[in-house]
Design a binder for this molecule. Structure first.
Ligand code: ACO
Length: 311
């Protein structure tokens, strides 16, 4: 790679300019963004599954409508980010193939089961809450199409988080059984939500390069701490106990200090050994196969339109 081009590229990043699809960029930058954006898109699509399981069992029409809207939003986010990834010159079909044959990663959080209705509240609150903390910063990423996608996506994630927290606050103020149900759901999702931010900074091979090129603007640990600081007071406000005996407020730093994360669990989930990895991929493969006729019809229609416009 031409050192002069690289120096000009890095100067643009240092000046806070955004990099656009037709601009020159180092191959490594393109590769890192393709990796991160495609993993992100896959996460949105696989992320529809745990909540999709509960649409038919929502306790009221109002809850069902918001849950359907939320799951549909996640589909939109996935498609939007696949489009963003295509601006880097990759073909979406290749990315989808990599997901379906198990080569691609997606967020660890979606490999956990949804066992009760309270999980819908806790996912909205914690999982979408964590996504907002991460993605608000990505809205300032150096790659223009990704940053712009994050602006819109964060607006929708805010709605998701609010509907989740509202479900939790209603349950937490409900009958003893409802309170127990939401606490139990919170207990299961708390630690996996902290793992969403990725390995600790000392163990994050991609961070240095992504920070240098301003794709990431904060480290995994910084964002995790921000999420904990925002979430603990919300839990206290509705009478939920955080399942961490080491949790304590440090008045000097203003941080809620938390206990050790079980990284062996995290790496097992990444290797495909989480509670639902197999189930999630099977569900995606089935959905893809079931959609074959739609893709065939859309392709045939596009070809017919093209033939008509060329005559
Ligand atoms: N789940 C699955 N894989 C993960 C996770 C996670 N929670 N965290 C890290 N990893 C993977 C990384 O993708 C990387 O794998 P690879 O090198 O084989 O591609 C490896 O673990 C090492 O991690 P890092 O070096 O820290 O990776 P990176 O610098 O890319 O940081 C992070 C990981 C924070 C997830 C970053 O990629 C990111 O911000 N991505 C965009 C946001 C996103 O994908 N959100 C998805 C969940 S939100 C939602 O869908 C609602």
């Amino acid at each position: 790679e031409d050192p002069a081009l690289l120096a000009a590229f890095e100067a643009r990043i240092a000046a806070g300019e955004s990099i656009e699809p037709k601009d020159w960029m180092p191959e490594r930058y393109r590769k890192q963004l393709t990796r991160m954006m495609s993993q992100h898109a896959h996460s949105e699509i696989v992320g529809m599954l745990p909540e999709g399981n509960w649409i038919t069992r929502a306790p009221s029409l109002r809850r069902k409508m918001s849950l359907i809207a939320k799951v549909q939003d996640e589909a939109g986010h996935g498609l939007y980010i696949y489009c963003g990834t295509e601006t880097l010159g990759v073909d979406r079909h290749e990315l989808v193939e990599a997901l379906l044959d198990g080569r691609a990663k997606y967020s660890s959080i979606f490999n956990y089961p949804t066992l009760s209705w309270a999980d819908m509240g806790v996912i909205g609150w914690l999982v979408d809450g964590a996504a907002i903390v991460n993605q608000t910063v990505l809205a300032k990423a150096s790659y223009g199409p990704y940053a712009r996608a994050m602006v819109r996506i964060c607006k929708e994630e805010n709605f998701h988080k609010r509907q989740g927290y509202e479900i939790c606050s209603v349950l937490a103020n409900g009958t003893p059984e409802q309170k127990a149900m939401v606490q139990e759901a919170f207990n299961r999702f708390w630690w996996p939500s902290l793992m969403m931010f990725g390995p600790s900074d000392t163990d994050s091979p991609n961070s240095a390069e992504l920070l240098k090129w301003r794709v990431k603007r904060k480290t995994n640990d910084e964002l995790r701490q921000r999420f904990v600081n925002l979430t603990v007071p919300q839990a206290i406000a509705i009478g939920i106990t955080v399942p961490d005996p080491d949790m304590a407020f440090d008045a000097d730093t203003g941080n809620w200090e938390f206990g050790e994360i079980d990284w062996s669990e995290f790496f097992e989930v990444l290797k495909g050994n989480g509670p639902c990895n197999r189930e999630r991929l099977d569900a995606r493969r089935k959905a893809h196969a079931d959609g074959e006729w739609v893709r065939a019809a859309a392709t045939a229609h596009a070809e017919k339109q093209k033939a008509r416009s060329s005559t």
